[in-house]
Design a protein around this ligand. Structure first.
Ligand code: GLU
Length: 295
């Protein structure tokens, strides 16, 4: 059974970039007669915008998405994350870390996704240091996957990432742990999402292996950027989706994803456009690129 999902973070309204991941994951699930679940990733409380989760759900409805089952909220699932962390602790895979951001910044080198933790607390907290966060001990084996769009990917977690945080200094569970626990708990068989998360995938596969979870299939779609190469996001002031222009926006997303929707459907209702998309969706038409600039 194919089970896909869309997992937006309620840090603001959905924008064109979010719609790309939503449409791709949705249509891929539909052509496989699969299910498609919606999960609100509202773990990172400091980054949340009040009302954004409800707004996201309303927007999804307005654009004609139909999801299966109840919407899942990460903020209500701490017990599941704590259980997974406990399992890793029992296996001797995690350790408390007392380093401040500044201490890490002073001694770490840059990896593929920020600073590589230099392993300072790996063999125990130095005297007088308080535990702040919990990190997982990564291994030196290369972690690899074959992404269904981007092809073969390999990372050395030791060199490229370092021991990464599973429970943050502010007590919140980290995205990398939560996403792995939820994808397993919700029986997600295939993950289709933006290529900005490709560099996180080896960390997630490593955790799946450590926890004895099933590894889902992965497909990372290109991320839309502005002409400066910056990902469309709240930080780069991406324009929120406007349901009054939903047909045009959906058409543009299908075009971005290489599906060549017919021009005459550009101004038709969104019903006929969705119908066309359900019939013609081919993931193989998506460009094998991590980013595509849009004007
Ligand atoms: N919540 C993440 C985001 O909005 C997506 C996580 C995922 O798809 O794994 O970027």
């Amino acid at each position: 059974m194919y089970r896909g999902r869309f997992a937006p973070s309620p840090t603001g309204p959905l924008h064109f970039g979010s719609l790309i991941a939503a449409v791709a994951s949705y249509l891929e699930a539909k052509v496989h007669q699969g299910q498609w679940l919606l999960r609100i990733e509202d773990l990172d409380l400091p980054r949340q915008v009040p009302g954004a989760a409800d707004l996201i759900l309303h927007t999804m409805q307005a654009y004609g998405f139909e999801w299966d089952g109840e919407v899942v909220y990460q903020s209500k699932r701490d017990a599941l994350y704590a259980e997974a962390l406990y399992q890793l602790e029992q296996a001797g895979l995690i350790y408390p870390c007392g380093c401040s951001r500044k201490e890490i910044a002073d001694s770490a080198i840059h990896g593929v996704d920020g600073l590589v933790y230099p392993g300072t607390c790996r063999h125990g907290l130095a005297p007088g240091k308080q535990s702040r966060a919990w990190r997982v001990r990564v291994n030196t084996e290369p972690t690899s996957l074959v992404d269904n769009i981007q092809g073969p990917i390999q990372q050395s977690l030791t060199h490229d990432i370092g021991d990464f945080v599973l429970k943050r200094a502010d007590g919140l569970f980290a995205y990398q742990l939560a996403v792995v626990v939820d994808d397993q708990n919700q029986d997600i068989s295939h993950i289709v999402r933006g290529a900005d998360l490709l560099d996180s995938t080896p960390r997630q596969i490593f955790l799946q292996q450590a926890l004895g979870f099933t590894q889902p299939g992965y497909a990372h779609v290109p991320v839309a950027t502005n002409l400066q190469g910056e990902k469309l996001s709240k930080q780069t002031l991406a324009t929120p989706l406007n349901p009054q222009h939903k047909n045009e926006e959906l058409w543009q997303v299908l075009d971005f994803l290489g599906q060549t929707p017919p021009a005459e459907l550009r101004n038709a209702g969104h019903g006929p456009l969705w119908q066309w998309a359900h019939l013609h969706w081919r993931m193989s038409n998506i460009a094998r690129q991590r980013t595509i600039a849009i004007v």
